[in-house]
Design a protein around this ligand. Structure first.
Ligand SMILES: [Zn+2]
Length: 523
């Protein structure tokens, strides 16, 4: 048959035939990368999975199977009827028809589908967070190789056409489902290490100031905390300062408990006891509670409060941060009325916190963020020279810490992804907390349709302003003005981590996008 001779031809043909598949796989990785907003803050480098487990059982009884004539296009978890079913990643419920719940994720080309419910606790249009319960599992029969009886059938669906169009095709989710961001005992922090400070107020302030919040924002949070609990972790509402109420005593109370007075107390205590195997001392420690709160504000865990976190991170002053935390996180009685005198008290206390603890530099290892300054943030995260590699370890130490926190991409080479870098800068600086985490096409669409940006297609190099986002087919970077002899900062997928470089193809290949109302940069 002359195989030796024909192989190269077959190889060549096969390569072209396979091109669409290669693109599909690349898109899948890209799409999944953008889902990783769970930001498992892991300066150590272990990556969280793109999706959490949809049930408390983590082993699928029936896996993906596309070998035989009958296929199984998902994973079956054999859980008793009435078991908790959880969203595998944050997203929006797009269907609850029939046996199904379908959730569309941040990258609209990706959905997760769940089948067989006893009851559903979400409706179309609901926003859900990773790990949030969406219903109780039920019973159903699939054709073999799928299961019959009590179980949950789970699917990952991805649009495989150009730019995220086309039909939603099932993909094997096996390697994408894993460590659930809602459990586990992350010791996450940008700075890591023990709490720093002479008392609980200062420790709490330093914790947030070194975990991605500006000092103003940290003061706003702690100013509220002082009014809630005097920053006493074992304090039950309506008890005097210094009186301890341990988790097992407080968990049944309808009152508030802990540094931010989680109400009712069990709302925070129950998942914490579960996660620590009933370690009361840990649950009533300041460390545990600060980390629990930090994750809430990042939109993680069983009590996700991502929108409140974004409001705090958008605040530019101590006073605004105090109001944002009171209004969007604490939601104390009367908080809808911004003239409520409780706001004045909290603002004043936050100001005192800032004056008392905010004088020095943020503790070592702090990420520093939220000042609205795109240029300063980009320069802080990027090397000021070119020529660096593409791996995580090649990135500046600050970017290694900041990217997981502020972007969270865990897909294909996230540390060298251009869009991930621009998004990390936009989100971390506070200039635009809503900036899509990944893929230039998604970002370009956002820049052109969000209403927040002016987009200049025919711009010349000398018309650029520092902070402009340059975006074109397949690449995006930042114009930062003078930067150690260069004028731009960029990463390049598979090429290099964020670093200095020069602008090119302005107004031809690349349009410039400029925030219409940038937050005023502060020194
Ligand atoms: Zn199944």
């Amino acid at each position: 048959m002359g195989e030796g001779k024909s192989l190269p031809i077959i190889g060549g043909v096969a390569f072209f035939l396979m091109l669409p598949l290669i693109i599909v796989i690349a898109m899948l990785f890209t799409a999944m990368g953008s889902l990783g907003n769970a930001a498992e803050c892991n300066s150590g480098g272990t990556e969280g999975a793109a999706f959490g487990w949809p049930t408390e059982k983590h082993e699928a009884a029936q896996g993906w199977d596309d070998d035989g004539p009958e296929k199984h296009t998902g994973l079956d978890y054999e859980v008793a009827k009435g078991s908790k079913v959880m969203a595998a990643e944050e997203g929006t419920v797009v269907s609850t028809e029939g046996d199904w719940i379908k959730i569309r994720h941040q990258d609209a080309a990706v959905e997760t589908w769940y089948e067989f419910f006893e009851s559903k606790s979400v409706s179309v249009g609901d926003k859900v967070t990773r790990g949030q319960e969406i219903g109780k599992s039920g019973t159903g029969t699939e054709g073999a190789p799928g299961l019959g009886g009590d179980h949950l059938h789970f699917e990952l669906r991805v649009r495989t056409g150009e730019n995220g169009t086309g039909a939603l095709q099932p993909q094997d989710p096996t390697d994408s489902v894993g460590a659930d961001a809602t459990t586990g005992t992350s010791t996450c922090s940008c700075g890591g290490g023990p709490l720093v400070g002479g008392n609980n107020q200062e420790k709490a302030f330093n914790f947030f100031a070194s975990n991605g919040y500006s000092k103003e924002q940290a003061a706003g949070i702690v100013g509220n905390m002082i009014h809630e609990s005097s920053v006493e972790p074992a304090r039950l509402q309506n008890t005097p300062p210094g009186q301890l109420t341990h988790p097992s005593e407080a968990r049944g109370s309808s009152l508030g408990w802990g540094i931010v007075q989680w109400t009712p107390a069990g709302k925070m205590i129950n998942p914490s006891m579960e996660a620590t195997s009933n370690d009361e001392a840990k649950v009533e420690s300041l460390e545990w509670q600060l980390e629990f709160l930090r994750k809430q504000l990042e939109g993680e865990g069983p009590l996700a409060e991502g929108p409140a976190g974004q409001q705090v991170k958008a605040a530019q002053s101590v006073e605004d941060a105090a109001v944002a935390f009171g209004r969007y996180f604490e939601r104390f009685a009367g908080s809808n009325d911004l003239s409520n005198p409780r706001y004045t008290e909290r603002k004043n206390t936050a100001r005192e916190v800032f004056e008392t603890f905010g004088g020095g530099d943020a503790p070592a290892g702090g990420c520093g963020a939220g000042n609205g300054d795109i240029v300063a943030t980009a320069k802080m995260l990027a090397w000021d020279t070119p020529g660096h590699g593409k791996d995580e370890g090649d990135a500046t130490e600050k970017y290694q810490r900041a990217m997981p926190d502020w972007n969270g991409s865990t897909g294909d080479d996230p540390f060298s992804d251009c869009g991930v870098f621009v998004a990390t800068v936009m989100r971390m600086s506070g200039a635009d907390p809503d900036y899509p985490t990944r893929t230039t096409s998604v970002q370009e669409n956002y820049l052109r349709t969000s209403g927040k940006y002016d987009v200049f297609d025919d711009i010349t190099e000398d018309q650029l302003r520092p902070g402009d986002i340059l975006i074109g087919p397949g690449h995006t970077y930042l114009f930062v003005g003078e930067f150690n002899g260069y004028n731009a900062a960029s990463a390049s997928l598979h090429g290099h981590v964020p670093q200095a470089g020069n602008t090119y193809s302005i107004g031809q290949q690349f349009a410039a996008a400029r925030l219409k109302n940038p937050p005023a940069p502060k020194s």
